[in-house]
Design a protein around this ligand. Structure first.
Ligand SMILES: [Zn+2]
Length: 147
């Protein structure tokens, strides 16, 4: 993604792409930005594996990951496994570096307490600009070949 989007633009694009705003799609997006920073912006040099499964709302995280990192289904550089966890691992295609991003317990608790579409929308918008360290646990695991 060449041009940095403002928060307002990001929310418009995310809403258009995903259909609504909520904490999972926003956090997936931000996890994608962490990957861009740590592994580089080039979407063809990295791949992602999310652990969300395909059941919303947790799987909304995977849409955010695609939008943020540009690792997409169509490019074949994202896979989704069925653990049902809002967690993602990115790696460079040559295996030289990887980063795994999951949610802090506090983040999980806040999402669990957000009942209803409006509350989830508000929480997602808040989480777009909160400090990364309070939302995520970011780890740099040693490379383990997955394919
Ligand atoms: Zn969603």
């Amino acid at each position: 993604m060449a041009k940095k989007l403002s928060d307002a633009e990001t929310l418009i694009f995310l809403d258009r792409f995903h259909g609504h705003i909520g904490p999972y799609v926003v956090l997936g997006y931000r996890a994608g930005l962490v990957a861009n920073r740590e592994l580089g912006e080039d979407p063809f040099c990295k791949r992602a594996r999310t652990f969300t499964g395909l059941e919303p709302p947790v799987s909304c995280f995977t849409d955010g990951v695609q939008f943020g990192s540009c690792c997409t289904l169509g490019k074949g550089n994202i896979t989704v496994s069925g653990e049902g966890e809002p967690r993602v691992r990115f790696e460079l295609k040559d295996g030289s570096k990887s980063v795994e991003i999951s949610l802090t317990e506090r983040t999980k608790a806040r999402i669990a307490a957000a009942h209803g579409w409006e509350t989830a929308d508000r929480l997602g918008r808040q989480m777009l600009s909160e400090p990364e360290g309070s939302l995520f646990v970011v780890r740099f695991p040693p490379f383990t070949p997955t394919r």
